[in-house]
Write a protein that binds this ligand. Structure first.
Ligand code: ADP
Ligand code: MG
Length: 259
């Protein structure tokens, strides 16, 4: 599924406020943000700065209170929840800190789940789930349940599940938050590989070491974007595998100011 839109994600003055009793919390204030197909982006910032709120809107799990959101050039405000769910299933994969796997089901059954919603026939489902698990290095663990897998392995199952429908957009909210540093590197390497194969990826992280692995870093503070920079990503590959070294550089992203 290839996008021809210049932007896969386009938020225009998107605001999200929450009513908590007498209090109005502005989780996002008039955000402008555009992401092109093929980008690998980190959203970073302190706890409470609005990262998850932004990611949920980008993933159509939530809607802006005001402002506009275009996913793959389509304004989401005209879509009802059923249509949104269908688009989400077709175009977006999600990965969360807590993996969100079904505990009673095997790895391969977990990966099959989005294909059930997409109406893929059982035999084809199994075939594609097996390929996705092989791709994340879990061919030997297909029939293990989540409780029989390490944290890193569980996150790899979640990644396989997120990409099995070949989404245009992969969204990850603190995907390495529950992992040790060695496993974090493995998972980041998978993200890099998926991005090199064409998947657009947005990773929310408060960890600067994770953000260092992406090409573009957007920083949130108090519900606003305070910086949006391009950099040379650090390689997630082990240091004995030399990567083309470039000095770290930082420039303001040209797409920041949308007219
Ligand atoms: P982050 O992911 O950067 O930690 P969030 O996007 O989760 O931040 O939250 C941004 C702000 O919105 C915080 O002040 C948070 O308390 C508030 N918030 C988030 N979700 C809700 C909610 N469901 N109800 C009320 N306030 C919320
Ligand atoms: Mg969050």
């Amino acid at each position: 599924m290839q996008s021809t839109a210049p932007y896969l994600v386009r938020l225009e003055r998107a605001t999200r406020t929450y009513d908590a009793g007498d209090l109005r919390v502005a989780a996002l204030t008039a955000i402008d943000l555009a992401i092109r197909p093929g980008e690998l982006v980190a959203i970073t910032g302190a706890s409470g700065s609005g990262k998850s709120t932004a990611l949920n809107i980008i993933g159509t799990l939530d809607r802006p209170t005001s402002g506009r959101y275009f996913l793959d050039d389509e304004p989401v405000e005209g879509l009802d929840d059923t249509e949104l769910a269908r688009i989400r299933n077709r175009k977006i994969g999600f990965v969360f800190q807590g993996f969100h796997l079904l505990e009673r089901n095997s790895a391969v059954e977990n990966v099959e789940l989005p294909m059930i919603y997409a109406g893929v026939a059982p035999r084809e489902r199994r075939r594609r789930a097996e390929i996705a698990l092989e791709r994340v290095g879990l061919a030997e663990r297909m029939h293990h349940r989540p409780g029989q897998l390490s944290g890193g392995q569980q996150q790899r199952v979640a990644l396989a599940r997120a990409v099995v429908n070949s989404p245009l957009l992969l969204l990850a909210d603190e995907p390495t938050g529950a992992l040790d540093s060695a496993t974090t590197r493995e998972v980041l390497e998978l993200f890099t590989e998926l991005n090199e194969q064409g998947t657009t990826i947005v990773i929310v992280t408060h960890d600067p070491n994770v953000a260092a692995h992406t090409r573009r870093v957007i920083t949130f503070r108090d519900g606003q974007i305070v910086s949006d920079c391009l950099q040379s990503p650090v390689s997630a590959r082990p240091s004995y595998m030399p990567a083309a070294a470039a000095p770290p550089s930082s420039t303001t992203h040209p797409d920041r100011s949308l007219s």
